[in-house]
Design a protein. Structure first.
Ligand code: NAI
Length: 328
């Protein structure tokens, strides 16, 4: 099959070429998929898209007219895809639901530990021969209450890690996970989770019911000095409200791997560019905020699994097999 990759990076090429056992014809475009780049899809049967590619009705209609039959998302989230439009224009959409839940859960832990033990500051200090411990005091995770919102594949992996750290784990999800309950996780209401947790970690998808889950009203309920971790999707947090909560001291720490407006910034080297986004610029000035650029998934194990499952999705499409990886 002829497949066009959008938003592709060197590592996409490396892993997709390595696992291309069926010898598909691969073309890698560095540009993202947008209305003005959609014409690049002409002549391809499938396009392989990533988290910030635009799969709106305008783009889907355009690529359908160029003969594209299949969209394979090389990610778990599919909030960027207009599924009504894909159905209307007869395009199947597949995703990779759980390539490595542990990769994202471990990254959430990395954000927590960096913020709680200030290892990023220690690293810079030591490189300048500053061996002082002043202001590097942190806090133990052991004994803290951690609230997990969304207990799917990643949320489950994260709960297990936090239980292992000796934390008390509260969870909120639209459906209770009995396996986690048996391990000692307590499912509570969203309000109770916000009020009782010192660390809150978001692992639910972005959809109309979760958009701005963490807004001014939610921040007013959290413990003063609480930590919020978001490795899920930027739109779960109203960033302006988060800035306000940080300035007030209501929010004590913020660790984010995703950001509402990340499409304009993440995965790009903008080191010589004047950033126009004043909200992320403000966030970057806080000493208690840690930002990574959507790298939660970024382990060798996960990249290999993404390539393997994407090729399996293509094989299933070719054979007309409907699997759970089809997004509707
Ligand atoms: P999943 O589909 O296995 O689990 C999502 C969970 O959220 C489910 O248990 C579901 O019931 C729950 N949920 C849905 N609506 C909810 C609501 N309104 N309130 C509370 N819970 C709700 O998804 P998975 O694999 O655990 O991924 C979670 C999210 O992580 C993805 O949607 C994606 O946005 C993000 N992600 C981030 C990555 C990164 O590199 N930072 C990589 C992969 C995924």
């Amino acid at each position: 099959m002829k497949i066009a990759f959008f938003s592709s990076k060197s590592y996409d090429r490396t892993f997709f070429e390595k696992h291309n056992d069926a010898e598909h014809e691969l073309t890698f475009f560095e540009t993202s998929l947008e209305p003005h780049t959609a014409k690049l899809a002409e002549g391809f049967e499938a396009i392989c898209a990533f988290v910030n590619d635009d799969l709106s009705e305008e783009v889907i209609q355009c690529i359908a007219e160029f003969g594209v039959k299949l969209i394979v998302l090389r990610c778990a989230g599919f909030n960027n895809a207009d599924l009504e439009a894909s159905e209307k224009y007869g395009l199947k959409v597949y995703r990779v639901p759980a390539y490595s839940p542990e990769a994202v859960a471990e990254h959430a832990l990395a954000l927590i530990l960096t913020l709680s033990r200030k290892t990023h500051k220690a690293y810079n200090r030591i490189r300048e021969n500053n061996f002082s411990l002043e202001k590097l005091n942190g806090f133990n995770l052991h004994g803290k209450t951690v609230g997990v919102i969304g207990t799917g594949a990643i949320g489950v992996a994260f709960c297990k890690i936090m239980l292992g750290m000796g934390c008390k784990v509260l969870a909120y999800d639209i459906k209770v996970n009995e396996e986690l309950e048996k391990r000692g996780v307590k499912f509570v209401s969203l309000v109770e989770l916000l009020e009782k947790s010192f660390i809150i970690s978001l692992h639910c998808p972005l959809n109309p019911s979760t958009k701005y889950l963490m807004d001014e009203a939610a921040f007013s309920k959290v413990q003063t000095g609480a930590m919020l971790i978001n490795t899920s999707r930027g739109g779960l947090v109203n960033t302006k409200d988060a800035v306000h909560a940080l300035k007030e001291g209501k929010l004590g720490y913020l660790g984010i791997d995703v950001y509402e407006q990340e499409g304009d910034l993440f995965f790009k080297d903008l080191s010589e560019v004047v950033i126009q986004d004043d909200v992320i610029s403000r966030l970057m000035t806080f000493p208690n905020v840690l930002i990574t650029a959507h790298q939660g998934f970024f382990t060798n194990e996960a990249l290999a699994e993404i390539a393997t499952v994407t090729y399996q999705n293509i094989a299933d499409f070719e054979q007309g097999i409907e699997t759970g990886n089809v997004v509707k």
